[in-house]
Design a protein around this ligand. Structure first.
Ligand SMILES: NC(=O)c1ccc[n+]([C@@H]2O[C@H](COP(=O)([O-])OP(=O)(O)OC[C@H]3O[C@@H](n4cnc5c(N)ncnc54)[C@H](O)[C@@H]3O)[C@@H](O)[C@H]2O)c1
Length: 362
């Protein structure tokens, strides 16, 4: 299939492009690079051996989108393009509504204009808010606690309405739990601007000596060790689920909504310890006040994805930590630096400790 990957230069999008290309699909990335770097394109080519087509496009520009979709003959669209920082969304809700909701409406209109009726949408476990029970099933009550979450819920609903009005339109609505890790090559990974919002990039930053210690928000939750419990999923497992979802849409002509997680809850302290083992680095931390809006524990029941897509997560927390550290280790400056170990520019301050030498040999 020929696939438009909106937001394909970002963290999850870039890993999905690898999975799509390795499966033999034809990929065009559409991205405005508001939270990514064009340098990812050369890295994708290095991993897959295939040059990746890319068009700079902003979802808020409907005419540009229509032109793009009419210029190519796409079989489907995968839609990653969104702003995603919860805290930021509380400060700038209108920007989030415009980018994530209006942008998606523009994309859907462009798809209608170009007669494309398969969509894979990046939703999130955030639509469950503070769930009444774990593991969370897809039929659980939906409720949101912040503007970012509202954009995901609203988009799920408006896509649902579109499917009702247009029976030939099919969507795979994928609710991600907590994506972490990086491609095992160490060439692509998560590259947040500034201080990371998510736990794993923050841990990497502390392990690399760029922040003094990790702040753990809350040590008195009703969980086994008092810290929050989440369902971390390796980004390459997540990427594979998109390929499976796309093929499900093509083969079955039916929409679906599925959770994408491992089905296993891991506490913040467990993740820190696993990371220390994988990297050989200490991760100093302090437990601070709970953060408003955080919930004690959320993990997925991923059995529906298994049943419908034949998909299940393969990689464990050790692999997630190892690959996250390899990415950090080889790319101390993210995409703005050069890859460590290529002999072009050494990665300053990244002398490996135990078990951390292998990334340089890649
Ligand atoms: N990373 C997570 O923890 C997580 C969890 C659940 C859901 N999601 C969702 O998955 C998707 C991908 O997340 P990610 O972590 O890869 O984020 P990311 O920020 O790395 O990638 C998003 C990409 O979309 C692009 N983009 C944003 N707005 C755009 C616009 N208006 N026009 C064109 N391009 C635009 C950005 O430049 C970036 O390349 C998002 O929709 C996010 O909400 C992410």
């Amino acid at each position: 299939m020929r696939i438009l990957v909106c937001g394909g230069a970002g963290y999850i999008g870039s890993h999905t492009c690898v999975a799509l290309l390795e499966r033999g699909h034809d990929v065009v990335i559409g991205d405005n690079f508001s939270n990514s770097s064009p340098k990812v394109l050369a890295r994708l080519q290095r991993i897959t051996g295939v040059p990746v087509a890319c068009e700079r496009v902003d979802l808020r520009n409907r005419l540009a989108l229509i032109r793009l979709l009419l210029r190519h003959r796409f079989d489907a669209v995968i839609h990653f393009a969104a702003l995603k920082a919860v805290g930021d969304s509380c400060k700038r809700p209108l920007e989030y509504f415009q980018n994530n909701i209006s942008g998606t409406i523009n994309l859907l209109q462009a798809m209608q204009a170009a007669n494309i009726h398969r969509l894979v949408f990046s939703s999130s476990a955030t639509v469950y808010g503070d769930p009444e029970a774990v593991p969370v099933q897809e039929g659980a009550r939906l409720q949101v606690t912040n503007p970012y979450g509202r954009t995901k819920l609203v988009v799920e609903q408006l896509i649902g309405d579109l499917c009702h009005s247009q029976p030939s339109f099919h969507v795979a609505n994928l609710r991600y739990f907590n994506p972490v890790g990086a491609h095992p090559s160490g060439l692509i990974g998560e590259d947040p601007a500034g201080i990371p919002n998510n736990l794993m990039p923050y841990i990497c930053r502390v392990a690399a000596g760029r922040s003094r210690r990790l702040s753990i928000f809350g040590g008195d939750y009703p969980t086994p060790d008092g810290t929050g419990v989440r369902d971390y999923i390796h980004v390459t497992d997540l990427a594979q689920a998109h390929v499976d979802a796309l093929e499900y849409l093509a083969d079955n002509g039916r929409s679906l909504t599925v959770n994408l997680g491992t089905g296993r809850g891991v506490s913040v302290l467990e993740l820190v310890r696993a990371f220390e083992d994988a990297s050989g680095r200490k991760v100093p931390y302090e437990i601070v006040e709970r953060r408003a809006g955080d919930v004690a524990q959320v993990w997925a029941d991923p059995s529906l994805a298994r049943r419908l897509l034949g998909w299940r997560a393969q990689l464990d927390v050790d692999a997630m930590c190892r690959d996250a550290w390899r990415w950090q280790f080889m790319n101390p400056d993210g995409y703005s630096g050069r890859v460590a170990g290529t002999g072009r520019r050494p990665a300053r301050g990244f002398a490996p400790t135990n078990g951390a030498t292998s990334p340089l040999r890649i």
